[in-house]
Every structure is written in C-alpha cells, then in structure tokens.
Ligand binder design. Structure first.
Ligand SMILES: Nc1ncnc2c1ncn2[C@@H]1O[C@H](COP(=O)(O)OP(=O)(O)OP(=O)(O)O)[C@@H](O)[C@H]1O
Length: 290
C-alpha cells in the first residue's frame, strides 16, 4: 500500500499521519509514504503507482488531494483508500468513512471494495479532470476561488463562511446555462453532483447514491445577495433542497456555459466555463467501511 500525503496543513495533520501509520503497523500493514511537494503532485504519484500495479493507493489530505489521487488512478485496477485529514472532508461524510485517524486507518486494513463512478469534466482549453463529488458553477466557485488559504488554516471551515459573506456583496451573478441531456436551463448557480451532501453533512441532493451513474443537477434559479444568503442559511438546517427556486434534475451528461462564470470541483478552483460533464469511462475501486 502506498499513502500519498499532503503535509501542507501543518503539525496536527502530520501527527494524525503518524497515528495512522502506527495503526496500520499494528494491523501488519507496512505502508509506504509519499509526500506531495506541489499542487498536482498527488496525481502524478498516483498515476505512477497505478502503472507499477499497486493494489491500494490511499490519499491522506483534504477533498482536493483525494480528487487528485483518484484522477491518477483512473482507468487502472488500483483501489483508492481515503484518509480524511482535510478541513471539511465532505467525501468522507458521503461514504461513511470515519474522520478519526485511527478509525479511518482501520478502514484501509479491514474495509470492503466498492466501485464509485467519478464524473469527468472537459474544459474548452482541452484539460480533462475527474471529480468524485461535484462540479459547481457560479456563486460557490467564486467563493472557492477567492478563499484565503492562510485564513482556512487558521479558522478552518469558518473561512468558507467569511468568504461567502464577502462574496454576497461582491458577486455579480452572471447567468449560467446548463444543457441537461441537451435541454437548456438558465440559473444563477448550478451544482452538478454525485453527492447527497455538500459542504459537510448537509443535504443537497437527497436522492443521490454513491456509485451511481449520472448526476443530480441542482439549479439555483434565484440570483442576488438575499436569495443566496437564504440558500446559505437553509444549508445547515438541511432545508436547501426544498427552498423556493431550487430545482433538482437527473442527467447523464451536462454542459455548463456562462460568459463570466467560474467552476469549482470537489471544493477546489477548476477554471472557467464552458465545461462538458460526463461519467468517467470506467469505475474507480475504493475501500469503504466493512
Ligand atoms: N505540497 C503541496 N503544496 C501545495 N499544494 C498542494 C500540495 N499538496 C497538495 N496540494 C494542493 O492543495 C489542494 C488542497 O489540499 P487538500 O485538499 O489536501 O486540503 P485542504 O485544503 O487542507 O483541505 P480541504 O480541501 O478539506 O479544505 C489540493 O487540491 C492540491 O492540489
């Protein structure tokens, strides 16, 4: 087993990594550790490990690092292990992976194999990237794009709340057009998701199931600061899917367009629209709790 570790969040994350390695040793697993040196490195290391035929490559970090490792493993038989050491860890919430380091390590030691179906995004400049959770276009992408990393390191998920409040007055709400299996819908923001949850254990698409093909497309029809603030307030109350102006569609393929809109994937900035979204060609094996 190889573990790809993003060490940038500081000493607590390193301590958690040490705890994970000692649990694995107790379980008789001698894992090799590879530390990332820059953004994109996790994907490169994972791709090489898959080429070497590793059985399991685990990602230790936040959702962004996990998405990079998944991209590197795409199309191979190597399974993804998930060690959630990030700020929010939405994928771990979604898949029921414990967030205490020791218990997450036990999933690597004793978990069962399952298959996820990642989404694949194709951008106009030719870039192709996988996502395990969602691609957001519009307001949430603007929040992620402007998020201060030092502030996130200092106050954790509060940094997202702070940046959301700032964007409420700064964001201009350019319309986003979503072509959902060929039919156009216009909204202020759109989230194309595999996930039931969003930003934590908060419901966004209540009927989404891990491993399913296709997407749930969440359309936020209302634009402007007031409507967006209400959507934000409804999220932690698990009321967002039932809010006026929120509509959810099923889709096999989606194209998002919008002259001034950005995209985020699995919580990290992903670039500008337009983007074409499909299922990745094959499933991704993943270790889940027994
Ligand atoms: N050594 C590194 N130096 C700089 N950036 C890195 C490094 N390793 C990974 N990254 C980048 O940092 C991004 C964010 O990292 P990651 O998702 O692990 O955690 P986070 O920002 O701490 O947590 P969260 O995503 O939960 O808020 C990743 O998408 C990755 O591209």
């Amino acid at each position: 087993m190889l573990i790809i570790f993003n060490p940038t969040a500081g000493p607590t994350r390193r301590r958690n990594m040490t705890r994970i390695l000692s649990v694995l040793l107790e379980q008789g697993i001698q894992a090799e550790l590879a530390t990332t040196a820059h953004a994109g490195h996790a994907e490169e290391i994972a791709r090489e490990a898959a080429r070497e035929g590793r059985r399991v490559v685990a990602a230790a970090g936040g959702d962004g690092t996990i998405a990079e490792v998944a991209s590197g493993l795409a199309g191979s038989g190597t399974a993804l292990g998930i060690l959630p050491l990030g700020t929010v860890n939405v994928l771990a919430c979604e898949l029921g992976i414990p967030r205490t380091p020791e218990r997450a390590a036990m999933v690597l030691a004793q978990g069962r194999m399952a298959a996820l179906r990642p989404g694949m995004a194709r951008f106009a400049d030719g870039r192709t990237r996988l996502f395990l959770q969602m691609l957001g276009a519009g307001f949430d992408a603007a929040v992620v794009a402007e998020l201060s990393l030092p502030l996130k390191r200092q106050i954790g998920r509060g940094a997202y709340v702070w940046q959301t409040v700032r964007q409420l007055s700064a964001y201009r709400f350019p319309p986003v057009t979503a072509w959902i299996d060929g039919k156009a819908e216009v909204a202020a923001s759109v989230v194309v998701t595999k996930n039931r949850f969003y930003a934590g254990r908060y419901e966004l698409a209540p009927e989404a199931l891990p491993g399913e093909e296709g997407f749930h497309v969440v359309l936020f029809r209302r634009s402007g600061a007031l409507a967006t603030a209400l959507y934000g307030a409804a999220l932690p109350l698990n009321l967002l899917p039932r809010m006026a102006g929120v509509e959810i569609r099923r889709a096999k393929a989606v194209r998002l367009e919008g002259p001034a809109a950005l995209a985020q994937m699995d919580g990290d900035p992903a670039g500008a629209l337009p983007v074409e979204i499909d299922d990745a060609p094959g499933p991704l094996r993943v270790l889940l709790p027994p």
